[in-house]
Write a protein that binds this ligand. Structure first.
Ligand code: FES
Ligand code: FES
Length: 158
């Protein structure tokens, strides 16, 4: 089937098998590999993107379901390549060392954008609850939670 999705403000159209998952469409048809595949079973959140502004795990959404809709991936967050064009969430992850190995980071950042849109000043507990579906296998969540607090203009924990 033919699918056309507005990805990061640009229409991306392609002919794909009906069962193509959105994550594969983004990586293979749109050529945007910042959306990672960690588990393929809706567990890890590495594939999180925004679909019409709502965070979704793109390994559980068919590309056909996103046909005619808007998707934002991590590549769409920054306004440009210079540091000062980073999205505030990207800047905070960098400054708070929330990147760690970085495999989970794109999903974490998209989930954070979604959280802060709904709850601009979350508590640390609310941040942890909101990121429950995003797994990080590295050193822990301390710096990630700090990054979200920083992005929301709140104090970080040392
Ligand atoms: S790859 Fe989608 S949740 Fe893990
Ligand atoms: S930084 Fe998240 S899995 Fe490594």
């Amino acid at each position: 089937m033919r699918v056309s999705i507005e990805v990061n403000g640009t229409a991306v159209a392609g002919e794909v098998p009906d069962r193509t998952l959105l994550v594969h469409y983004l990586r293979d048809t749109a050529g945007l590999t910042g959306t990672n595949i960690g588990c393929d079973t809706t567990s890890c959140g590495a594939c999180t993107v925004l679909l019409d502004g709502e965070s979704v795990k793109s390994c559980t959404v068919l590309a056909a379901q996103a046909d005619g809709h808007e998707v934002t991936t991590v590549e769409g967050l920054a306004g440009g390549s210079a540091d000062d064009r980073l999205h505030p969430v990207q800047r905070a992850f960098r400054e708070q060392h929330g990147l760690q190995c970085g495999f989970c980071t794109p999903g974490m950042m998209l989930a954070t954008v979604s959280l802060l849109r709904e709850n601009p000043k979350p508590s640390r507990d609310e941040v942890r609850t909101a990121l429950e579906g995003n797994l990080c296998r590295c050193t822990g969540y301390h710096n990630i939670v700090n990054a979200v607090m920083d992005a929301s203009g709140q104090e970080v924990a040392r």
